[in-house]
Design a protein around this ligand. Structure first.
Ligand code: FES
Length: 360
């Protein structure tokens, strides 16, 4: 009997295993998460106001605002003493996670980093969002999960060539027949080196910035104060019978309680006060000479306290970045969907501002 067995299949050429369908299916998610995190990190580093304590959207203001409703407040109270360090670490962490996700370098480790950042943001800035699914950070947290479990699946990844370069003489055939998504503990540690290096640089840079800020006279961890103007030239017409309320309509003097003097609110500035009607923090602003407007300082999105930016004449919320017109309280940018609540204010002939009268 002759042996008529079918010829054997030639062995496949050495090289990485083909990308999995799952890997290609995750590419859109990787693109979105990678671009978003890299953009968020870069935006923080490129904006000097992010590290300026007086800016309502600064890291200092965000830490302060987040502490109010966070379940990890004791931890926030500690880290709030190092706001610049926290800001630098957060920004560089987002940059590193975003870049690694886009390039497919240490993708599972990057995804775990993304989950950690999202979880931290969820427990701080988004914890008060209601219903919970309106906050983006909890969505990001779960969006990272498939990437943490699967990695790139071999699709669009620099991981394999990187590994070969890192291990000359061993990499040529090491990946043959092996799912790149399945990596061992030793390899995870190897891949963690670049990110650990970035983290160390971030810690050093943040510590240095904190040290410089401390030497410049600003106490580390200085918190944002409600903008209030107690100096400046008296307002034109101070002491006169100014009787304009929000929106410029005439109102009757004598309603409400005194909240300050007109001289404390120069044109373009704001004065913080407590709304006698609700107990909420509020601001009175003089957008132009002789005109006073006031608004409740509680953001309508998730009740963080907004801050006033004099140069831009707008209010900014430190929690999620909503912006409001400083003259009208109207919404300029979300995620809030409505503007700030106006408060009626009047000026008495002696220059005292009264608030708490009938709502317009
Ligand atoms: Fe979310 Fe103000 S609380 S934008």
């Amino acid at each position: 009997m002759s042996d008529r067995r079918a010829p054997r299949e030639p062995a496949p050429p050495p090289g990485p295993s083909p990308a999995s369908t799952t890997g290609w299916g995750l590419v859109p998610l990787r693109l979105f998460l990678g671009v978003t995190f890299a953009f968020a990190g870069g935006q923080k580093l490129a904006d000097p106001r992010f590290f300026r304590p007086s800016y309502p959207g600064s890291i200092q203001a965000q830490l302060h605002a987040a502490a109010a409703g966070s379940p990890i407040r004791p931890l926030l109270d500690v880290v709030a003493h190092f706001p610049v360090l926290i800001g630098v670490v957060l920004a560089l962490g987002q940059l590193a996670v975003g870049a690694a996700t886009l390039l497919g370098l240490a993708p599972r480790l990057a995804a775990v980093g993304g989950m950690a950042i999202s979880a931290a943001l969820f427990l701080t800035v988004s914890f008060r969002d209601s219903p919970y699914y309106l906050g983006s950070d909890i969505v990001f947290l779960f969006a990272w999960t498939p990437l943490a479990l699967v990695g790139t699946g071999g699709a669009w990844s620099l991981d394999v060539p990187w590994r070969r370069l890192a291990r000359p003489g061993h990499g040529r055939h090491a990946d043959h027949g092996r799912d790149p998504a399945l990596i061992g503990r030793r390899e995870v540690l190897q891949r963690a080196r670049p990110i650990a290096l970035i983290g160390a640089v971030a810690l050093l840079a943040g510590g240095l910035a904190e040290w410089i800020a401390g030497r410049s006279g600003r106490p580390p961890g200085a918190r944002t104060r409600a903008p209030s103007s107690s100096t400046g030239p008296p307002m034109a017409g101070a002491g006169g019978p100014a009787t304009t309320g929000p929106g410029g309509q005439a109102t009757a003097p004598g309603a409400g309680r005194p909240i300050g003097r007109v001289g404390a609110v120069p044109p373009g500035q704001a004065l913080g006060f407590t709304d006698p009607a609700t107990g909420d923090p509020a601001y009175v602003v003089q957008p132009s000479a002789g005109r006073l407007v006031a608004f409740d300082a509680i953001c309508p999105h998730a009740r963080c306290r907004v801050g006033y930016v004099p140069g831009a004449s707008e209010f900014v919320c430190p929690c999620h970045g909503s912006r409001f017109d400083g003259r009208t309280g109207a919404l300029l940018a979300g995620p809030a969907t409505v503007g700030l609540t106006p408060i009626a204010v009047v000026e008495s002939p002696d220059g005292t501002i009264y608030a708490g009268g009938p709502r317009p």
